[in-house]
Design a protein around this ligand. Structure first.
Ligand code: C5P
Length: 220
């Protein structure tokens, strides 16, 4: 494929989204936030009255293959409903993690993810962008930060939005989600063999952006 892809993978609340969106802006590329697709699939599962569990794998995969999904000016629409806020809750993250562990659901969402690869280029963030979805990407970044830093950032984010949150609970939740994402049999969370590791525990967003842009230039 001629279209360049820059992958950013990593655990929950590592700052992937912020970094990837800024990189897309700076490079003038398209942006795929693949977690959104799993979050919407989780929500659609609940809306269909199903539990996000293996017993319903085929039905959930059917829902995922035909998601009436639309991205419009930063909003996410499912059918005609604005679900932007509904998919961002911790519960929706946990449901996303549960449906994403089902192999048929991952397969169902593969084509949709590939369709984001259009000129002039793509920045894709998630858990398996570099390992499974875009294995030929010229640059794969694996972004991490300590669980403590990630929980603190998530906590600040929520509090600043006026959403009550307990630091210890957030940390326990994100560690549970990481454990499920890392231990599943399909597309587990792990760095691609040729990934560049970036720990941003002590980096500003700007410093992380500059580091990745350096690597991107070197990869050309
Ligand atoms: O990145 P985000 O927190 O929005 O992702 C929600 C969940 O979706 C993750 O915990 C993970 O289980 C799943 N996911 C995935 N593969 C991706 C992106 C997200 O399995 N490429």
């Amino acid at each position: 494929d001629e279209v360049p892809v820059l992958c950013v993978d990593g655990p929950t609340a590592s700052g992937k989204g912020t970094l990837a969106a800024e990189l897309a802006l700076r490079l003038g590329y398209h942006y795929l936030d693949s977690g959104t697709l799993y979050r919407v699939a989780g929500l659609a599962t609940r809306r269909a009255g199903l539990e996000p569990e293996p017993a319903h794998e085929a039905a959930i995969a059917d829902l995922a293959r035909a998601l009436p999904l639309c991205f419009d000016a930063g909003r996410v629409l499912l059918a005609d409903e604005d679900v932007t806020d509904a998919i961002r809750t911790e519960a929706a993250g946990m449901d996303a993690s549960r449906v994403s562990a089902l192999p048929a659901v991952r397969t169902a969402l593969t084509e949709l993810q590939h369709s984001f690869r259009r000129l002039p280029g793509l920045v894709a963030d998630g858990r398996d962008m570099g390992t499974v979805i875009f294995p030929d990407a010229p640059l794969k970044v694996y972004l991490t930060a300590s669980a403590e830093h990630r929980a603190e950032r998530r906590h600040k984010q929520l509090i600043s939005k006026g959403i009550p949150a307990i630091l210890a609970d957030l940390r326990a939740d994100l560690e549970a989600r990481d454990a499920r994402d890392s231990n599943r049999s399909v597309a587990p969370l792990k760095p691609a063999q040729d990934a560049r590791l970036l720990d941003n525990s002590f980096l500003s967003i700007d410093q992380s952006v500059e580091q990745v842009l350096d690597w991107w230039r070197q990869a050309q």
